[in-house]
Design a protein around this ligand. Structure first.
Ligand SMILES: O=P(O)(O)OC[C@H]1O[C@](O)(CO)[C@@H](O)[C@@H]1O
Length: 431
């Protein structure tokens, strides 16, 4: 895996990072790397996530999945970090069986899914670190009832993944359900390389050990200098770019199967670094598709963005047939792999030409090791950026107020009129 920051430097962009600043920043990276290493040694909250490739045991995950299968479908019921890691891995890799994510509470979407899916052929994984997330618990209750209505014994089809305690752990106990534990000290958005992200992959028969080995490969490339560590090069450069005005972090993978990865990255970057009035706003894009929608803005809009371009080096070849039309004969005889790689290179060059910082990330292949390496590298990069910014990377206090208010509204303890500082009308008369 390679991270190339050349196009993010000052010689290519007015908001790029001067090389001299990188040299200087490297001193801060060195002490931050030591801090991270200490946090890992002591299994401290958050830092412990970087120990997962060594600590996650595939066997109990595979055993739990086996206990509720065979089945044609795997339904992950979870939200945020409790769904995005699993979706990223199964979308990136070509496993067997169908996987679905219920990570929202849109009644129309859930009605459509339940009408579509054969529940007698479905196993579900209810995933919640806290065990008390309203959306996840509500979806579980809805699917459980649908299973009962369909005459499916839900206790034989349900794996719970949660923390040591909480409503979901209690429920799993009461019904003696196969249970996987969210590792202590690992925030949801950093849990992809644990049972949280790996159960759906196990259902698809994917090689969990190879995914974890990819994580270990990235772990082995951590070093106390940004010039020697791809992860820290990315984290430190993103931090330096934010200080120079790059407030938008566009993540643009050039592979359809990495679209979920861009969503996973958005939570990781926003929820970890969006604190104390700072933080880059993630923007999800897809290459080459969004060259035809967002690139205009990236190149000719405000100089407030850094674009990360991701590609696998190995790709299948799909030949483009010869054509006798002169205007398009440059395509004939070539192949889609060459085309998308030319688009990738041309987009990086076009961003550079427009003075927009870009970082290139290249993984060897979109295989289990490649996705394990990519996930781990971005997690370590995020932790480095958080250390340099001096923010608490591992908490998300700003999300709690809205959750509490939603619960109070649902319980009827509050209306929007009574919620502090809110003057929006609600209730039957507003419809
Ligand atoms: O796994 P849980 O506790 O259900 O939380 C789901 C998600 O909700 C958040 O707590 C934010 O509300 C995320 O950090 C987390 O990934």
């Amino acid at each position: 895996m390679e991270v190339t920051i050349e196009s993010a430097l000052a010689e290519h962009s007015p908001i790029g990072v001067p090389r001299a600043d990188l040299e200087e920043l490297d001193a801060a990276v060195r002490s931050a790397a030591e801090r991270i290493a200490t946090g890992r040694e002591q299994d401290e909250h958050g830092y412990a996530a970087l120990n997962l490739p060594d600590e996650t045991d595939p066997e109990p995950i595979e055993a739990a999945v086996e206990s509720v299968t065979p089945a044609e479908n795997w339904l992950t019921i979870g939200i945020g970090g409790s769904a995005l890691g699993a979706a990223t891995i199964t979308e990136a890799l070509d496993g067997d069986g169908a996987t679905y994510s219920l990570d929202n509470v849109d009644p129309a979407a859930i009605e459509a899914l339940l009408a579509d899916i054969d529940l007698s052929e479905t196993a579900m994984n209810v995933v919640s670190r806290s065990g008390r997330t309203a959306e996840t618990l509500a979806n579980f209750l809805v699917v459980r009832e649908a299973m009962e209505t369909a005459g499916v014994e839900w206790t034989e089809r349900t794996v719970v993944t949660t923390g040591e305690s909480g409503p979901l752990a209690t429920l799993a106990d009461r019904h003696d359900l196969p249970t996987l534990t969210v590792p202590e000290g690992v925030p949801g958005r950093f849990s992809a390389l644990s049972a949280v992200g790996l159960a759906a992959a196990a259902f698809q028969g994917l090689d969990l050990e190879a995914i974890l080995a990819g994580g270990r490969q990235a772990e082995a490339s951590l070093a106390d200098s940004l010039f020697e560590s791809p992860a820290y090069a990315y984290g430190a450069t993103m931090y330096a770019l934010e200080a120079r005005g790059a407030n938008v972090a566009a993540m643009m993978p050039y592979a359809e199967s990495l679209e979920a990865f861009a969503e996973w990255f958005a939570q990781l970057w926003a929820e970890s670094l969006g604190k104390d009035g700072r933080g880059q706003t993630p923007a999800r894009a897809l290459g080459a598709t969004d060259q035809h929608s967002q690139l205009q803005l990236y190149r000719a809009g405000p100089k407030d963005k850094v674009v990360t371009l991701v590609r696998p080096r190995e790709r299948p070849s799909v030949p483009i047939p010869e054509t006798d039309q002169d205007a398009i004969d440059y395509l004939g005889g070539s192949d889609l792999r060459a085309l998308i790689d030319a688009e990738f290179d041309a987009t990086e060059a076009s961003l550079r030409k427009a003075g927009v910082p870009a970082i290139r990330i290249e993984i060897d292949a979109l295989d289990p090791a490649g996705i394990g390496e990519l996930l781990y590298t971005m997690e370590a990069a995020c932790i480095m950026a958080g250390e340099l910014a001096g923010v608490d990377t591992f908490t998300q206090p700003a999300v709690e107020w809205g959750k509490d208010t939603a619960r109070a509204l649902l319980r009827g303890e509050q209306t929007l009129e009574t919620v502090d500082g809110l003057s929006v009308r609600t209730g039957p008369e507003s419809q």
